[in-house]
Design a protein around this ligand. Structure first.
Ligand code: UTP
Length: 463
């Protein structure tokens, strides 16, 4: 693309400001800017801004038929059977882990990939390290290394891969890990003008975690899975500090269901909790967002009784299993777009870098859960919140939920419970922080009192 053709294109779409600083740019920046401009689908940007920001259509749920899709709670002996089945499939190399880590983590406000974040555990392990060690442990339990695919973004790709190599891939075989970036989409201001991240660069953001499906295909990851004989992919987010990566019980549950998609859910803590829940929408498996649900739907209980469970009470925690053939079939499906209002640094009309204190930019995103309606049905496994869900979304602070501090406390509480279940007397636990390495135990299994050791300060007990 030439400068003149870019000028004409931008004028047509009311985005001429993107060339405002052209005279100040060196040759390399000019070439980069023209290349960014040539890759933008301006009609889609304008359409999404119109239909999602300035003239949003009424929620589709207003006319859809919504019905409950409850989570299943297997009896302990059934769970044990699922675990056996799942471990056997892992031992045959039939399942891989897939981390969506392309997000910008704007609420946490941490500079760099969220996975490198240290939530302040006694060991100071990063989120990436916790996940890697759980995968290592699963490899030990099933007797075979588990492949791991990691989706990054243009913004955090180099920092992510650099962190893994700096830590020698946390002991995982390097040839079992593949990184690839997802696609990006322009960020706009309130009037629909595309932002500049600096004078010669368009502000682009990753296109949402649902961008993982085309990225899995375009990167060759799906082909790689096929070559390796991987039949299932375990999807999860970077910021759940308690995620049981490639949980064998969940895999066994999905295998038994005979369906191409499965999810984990936790029970909603209250009708008002602001989470998406599983439902059927016009007969198709789906997730309904809190904002789409009228209060009476949030409060509806089984048997119309105050003691009944919430009918829409299975909260989505973004832990999914998809069968590879299903992903191959639907990787390029046109998913609906969503919009989020975020704080995005950018350069203003005078060329000054602005770090906004409140949301200033519209980010258009695709969501993973929008693939569910493509499945004939899906199975939802209800799991214990305190054992499996510790989101790290916001900066720690007084009364702030879903923060590094709350995630840290959840992990330490769970590990204290494991120590008690392993038979540690209260006298050894008193006033101590208990942390169990995932290399020692994945989900509380195999612990004995003599596995726990006090550190020199006598305040930390680790196993
Ligand atoms: P969030 O929805 O919490 O978004 O991501 P975020 O961008 O990380 O954080 P905020 O909203 O700016 O504070 C949930 C999961 O989806 C991934 C994230 O990395 C996280 O694992 N994600 C999100 C992507 O992989 N790509 C995206 O474009 C967005």
């Amino acid at each position: 693309m030439t400068f003149e053709s870019a000028q004409a294109l931008l004028a047509l779409h009311g985005q001429s400001h993107l060339l405002r600083f052209w005279e100040e740019l060196d040759a390399e920046s000019r070439a980069g800017l023209l290349s960014d401009i040539s890759a933008i689908d301006f009609d889609t940007v304008a359409k999404l801004h119109r239909t999602l920001v300035t003239h949003p259509a009424p929620e589709a749920s207003a006319t859809a038929r919504i019905e409950p899709l409850p989570g299943q709670n297997p009896a302990p002996h059934v769970s044990a059977e699922y675990r056996r089945l799942g471990l056997a499939a892992l031992a045959e190399g039939k399942c891989a882990a897939f981390l969506v880590a392309g997000g910008q983590g704007t609420r946490l406000g941490h500079d760099g990939p969220k996975g490198v974040f240290d939530i302040g555990l006694p060991s100071h392990k990063s989120l990436f390290q916790l996940q890697a060690e759980r995968l290592l442990r699963i490899g030990t339990l099933c007797g075979k290394p588990v492949p791991w695919y990691i989706m990054t973004s243009r913004e955090n790709h180099a920092a992510t891969t650099g962190f893994f190599s700096q830590h020698a891939f946390f002991g995982l075989p390097e040839n079992q890990i593949a990184f690839f970036p997802q696609a990006e989409f322009p960020l706009t201001d309130d009037t629909g003008k595309i932002l500049l991240s600096d004078k010669g660069r368009i502000a682009l953001g990753p296109n949402g975690n649902g961008g993982c499906f085309p990225a899995l295909k375009a990167s060759g990851a799906l082909d790689d899975m096929r070559r390796r004989g991987v039949e299932w992919l375990f999807f999860y987010s970077v910021d759940n500090a308690l995620v049981r990566v490639c949980d064998p019980e969940f895999l066994g549950f999905a295998l038994k269901s005979g369906l191409p998609a499965a999810s984990k859910a936790v029970p909603k803590v209250s009708p008002e909790e602001r989470v998406g829940v599983f439902c059927r929408r016009d007969g198709k498996p789906s997730v309904i967002e809190y904002s789409e649900m009228p209060p009476e739907m949030c409060a509806a209980r089984a048997n119309d009784s105050a003691e009944g469970v919430l009918l829409y009470g299975a909260a989505n925690i973004a832990v999914h299993l998809f069968r590879r053939d299903f992903l191959e079939q639907h990787a390029d499906a046109a998913l609906p777009w969503h919009v989020a209002h975020k704080k995005i640094p950018h350069v203003d009309a005078e060329g000054a870098l602005v770090s906004p204190a409140s949301p200033n930019a519209w980010k258009f995103e695709l969501f993973m859960f929008d693939l569910f309606p493509m499945a004939p049905d899906m199975a939802v496994l209800e799991v214990e919140r305190a054992a499996e869900f510790a989101p790290v979304k916001n900066r720690s602070g007084e009364g702030v939920s879903d923060s590094p501090a709350t995630a840290r406390a959840l992990i330490l509480d769970l590990h204290r419970l494991w120590a008690q279940q392993a038979g540690l007397p209260e006298s050894r636990l008193a006033e101590k922080e208990v942390e169990v390495s995932p290399l020692t135990s994945y989900a509380g299994e195999g612990l004995a009192p003599d596995a726990f050791h006090e550190d020199a300060t006598r305040t930390i007990l680790s196993a």
